[in-house]
Design a binder for this molecule. Structure first.
Ligand SMILES: Cc1cc2nc3c(=O)[nH]c(=O)nc-3n(C[C@H](O)[C@H](O)[C@H](O)COP(=O)(O)OP(=O)(O)OC[C@H]3O[C@@H](n4cnc5c(N)ncnc54)[C@H](O)[C@@H]3O)c2cc1C
Length: 422
């Protein structure tokens, strides 16, 4: 796609959910805005791939009821159709065996678990944002096995497995949102990307794919324009970088001496290995959701609440949370995920319609640790050293995680651009 003008009020770098959200707000406020996506397709991590009739998000994707993403999508008139994750019995995996609640634990353990989960929504989270999950759990949970179940839930709510640094206040707040409902998106997250793209285009935004930003042009501490991969330059007075902290530092000369350089150093990315599987039928339909207790594993059936194929195939996701380790042996992770399916869904291999393994996938740019009181390393979208430069993404601000954080900071960044323009 080409663009007509070379002069805009604002440019958005990155055509994922965060960038598209910012573009909709800016275009609806009457600003001339252009989005640059370096890949040939919009959506970034929220893309959905179609394989043999099955619709695969990149690993398991869900939105929390009451989270920023659904709130903002509703505000923009782009609320996706969806279904709620089924609240089945809780299955833990320990020493490669199934530990099911309530049957496989003692009465005392079961009582403690029920009271912990039953009381979760009442926990005041602000005052414990600088306390680690480990410290909080050691104080508040008596039984070792209940603690392991709790850690597994915290890992699921945050994608972070290091309980010695994960903020208790942040992650319990995520658990409270998850308790209100976990929404899967009908047809996959690509539908959200497409709706945001249409909303941005309808409001007048230009959207360019296959041409990324090479440099953000800055003179005398002010944004002047963007230089693109194909060598073209456009003039803008504001730029929202909706990429990660490493990418924005690459685009800004001298970033190392600015706040963005420090935010990059302080961000702690999260990776995962994902096995997306579509089956003709589930051999054990009643086993809906399981988490590893002594290994960071995830298993969940996303078909059921929503339809994720056009041929009746049923989608499940298995995943290994790898924290900030992106150099893991792919074969080892793939084996641990197929072993998980062998345990929970024996006979699955005979039912396969489509299957995709993705090792070392970047899930998010930051783990919400006690270092930043459970917030991202960038406290707000404003880059103080450069007038007109803003950042947005899951590593910016204090609200939410992943897409919630990305979209909340996108809205905030757009508001900052409008304030600056005045
Ligand atoms: C396995 C997995 C599971 C997940 N589960 C959940 C979940 O359950 N709930 C949830 O909320 N989130 C989840 N996420 C995260 C979620 O997908 C992202 O937070 C969300 O899609 C928002 O992404 P973004 O737009 O901030 O970044 P991205 O999707 O990374 O988009 C950034 C875009 O910028 C582009 N870009 C980069 N550099 C340039 C450049 N120089 N010029 C132009 N374009 C550039 C990239 O190509 C990309 O398209 C998950 C992610 C993964 C991988």
């Amino acid at each position: 796609m080409t663009f007509e003008k070379n002069n805009y009020d604002a440019a958005v770098i990155g055509g994922g959910l965060t960038g598209l959200t910012a573009a909709v707000y800016l275009a609806r406020a009457g600003k001339s805005v252009i989005v640059f996506e370096k890949e040939s397709r919009l959506g970034g991590l929220a893309q959905t791939a179609k394989m043999n009739g099955a619709l695969f998000n990149l690993g398991p994707h869900a939105m929390y009821e009451g989270g920023a993403a659904l709130r903002i999508l509703s505000e923009l008139g782009c609320l996706p159709k969806g279904g709620y994750a089924i609240k089945g019995s809780m299955i833990g995996i320990m020493q490669r065996k199934i530990v099911e609640l309530p049957n496989d634990v003692t009465t005392d353990e079961n009582k403690e678990w029920s009271s912990l989960m039953g009381g979760l929504s009442q926990i005041e989270t602000e005052s414990i944002r600088s306390i680690s999950v480990e410290e909080w759990a050691n104080k508040n949970i008596r039984h070792e096995r209940v603690r392991l179940f709790f850690h597994a839930m915290c890992r699921q709510w945050s994608y972070c497995g290091d309980m010695s640094v994960l903020s208790a206040g942040f992650v319990i707040q995520q658990g409270q949102l998850a308790g209100k409902g976990v929404r899967y998106v009908e047809g996959g997250w690509q539908t959200v990307v497409d709706d945001l793209r249409d909303a941005a285009a309808k409001a007048g935004a230009d959207i360019v794919v296959g041409n990324g930003a090479r440099q953000i042009l800055i003179e005398n501490g002010r944004v002047q324009g963007v230089k693109l991969s194909d060598g073209a330059e456009i003039k803008v007075s504001s730029v929202i970088s909706a990429t990660g902290p490493h990418e924005v530092c690459r685009l800004v000369q001298g970033a190392g001496g600015m706040s963005i350089g420090r935010w990059k150093e302080e961000s702690q990315p999260l990776y995962a290995a994902c096995l997306d599987v579509a089956l003709k039928q589930f051999p054990y339909p009643e086993r809906v959701f399981a988490l590893g207790l002594d290994e960071p594993l995830y298993f969940s059936k996303h078909s059921g609440p929503v339809t994720l194929s056009d041929n009746g195939a049923l989608v499940l996701h298995a995943m290994r949370y790898n924290d900030n380790d992106n150099l893991r042996d792919a074969r080892v992770d793939e084996k641990s995920l197929t072993d998980l399916l062998d345990l929970l869904e024996p006979g699955w291999e005979k039912e396969v319609v489509a299957m995709r393994f993705s090792p070392n996938v970047l899930v998010g740019h930051d783990s919400r640790t006690i270092r930043h009181n459970g917030a991202g390393p960038a406290p707000s979208p404003v880059v103080p050293e450069v007038a007109g430069l803003y950042v947005a993404g899951d590593w910016v601000g204090a609200e939410g995680r992943l897409a919630d954080a990305g979209m909340a900071s996108a809205k905030q960044a757009a508001e900052e651009v409008l304030r600056y323009a005045k």
